[in-house]
Design a protein around this ligand. Sequence first.
Ligand SMILES: [Zn+2]
Length: 261
Amino acid sequence: MDSLGRDSAESGSKDAAFPGGGLKPNQVGETVLYGIPIVSLVIDGQERLCLAQISNTLLKNYSYNEIHNRRVALGITCVQCTPVQLEILRRAGAMPISSRRCGMITKREAERLCKSFLGAHSPPKLPENFAFDVSHECAWGSRGSFIPARYNSSRAKCIKCCYCNMYFSPNKFIFHSHRTPDAKYTQPDAANFNSWRRHLKLTDKNSPTDVAHAWEDVKAMFNGGSRKRTLPSSSSHTSTTLILLCPQKSLIHETVWYLTL
Ligand SMILES: [Zn+2]
């Protein structure tokens, strides 16, 4: 397996000085999910798992559409692999020879997806009255406290701005900014239904893992289909399938609230 990764490292990535900390581009590995070995591949410095293989093994009792819709509802985007990477996956036995494409998701995302079908949730335990310290850099940027206990609908005013103490919904908050002395202006990109999930980040990039995971779970809430779903022009690295096969109705009710509050 290792030789496969080395063979293709050259053609698969254009980045020589890779900051992956030992992870070589297109390095093949294996990770065990629910007792099943799944092939992994290092893409952009991150180990990603083959969604097709997960679908064909762990989630084989579910249809393509069910898996796709759940993935979208959980806010998981897949990275499409290149022809070279596809060939590596085939040789590693992750994909049938006939497959022409494959989406790759991170291990953490794979776990969330599988958990949502197979159960065995272990909700992150957050202290009572917990708030995420979040920031965005749209326009002059802002910082606030995202209070999950207040986040009971997509429009809930659950973020308290730390500069003016006003409450905003996530969608509104990314358009709310303060020109602090060291702020730099970033032109906000086109507004779309889900853009706050891309722009709003935990202020502390080194948040403890359980906090980072809980934040991902919170962001996945109320992220089901909508009449206002993102248009194809919005993002280049989200998968094509996500755009082509938009769920027609909302999956909000299937999104599980993982937090214990
Ligand atoms: Zn404010």
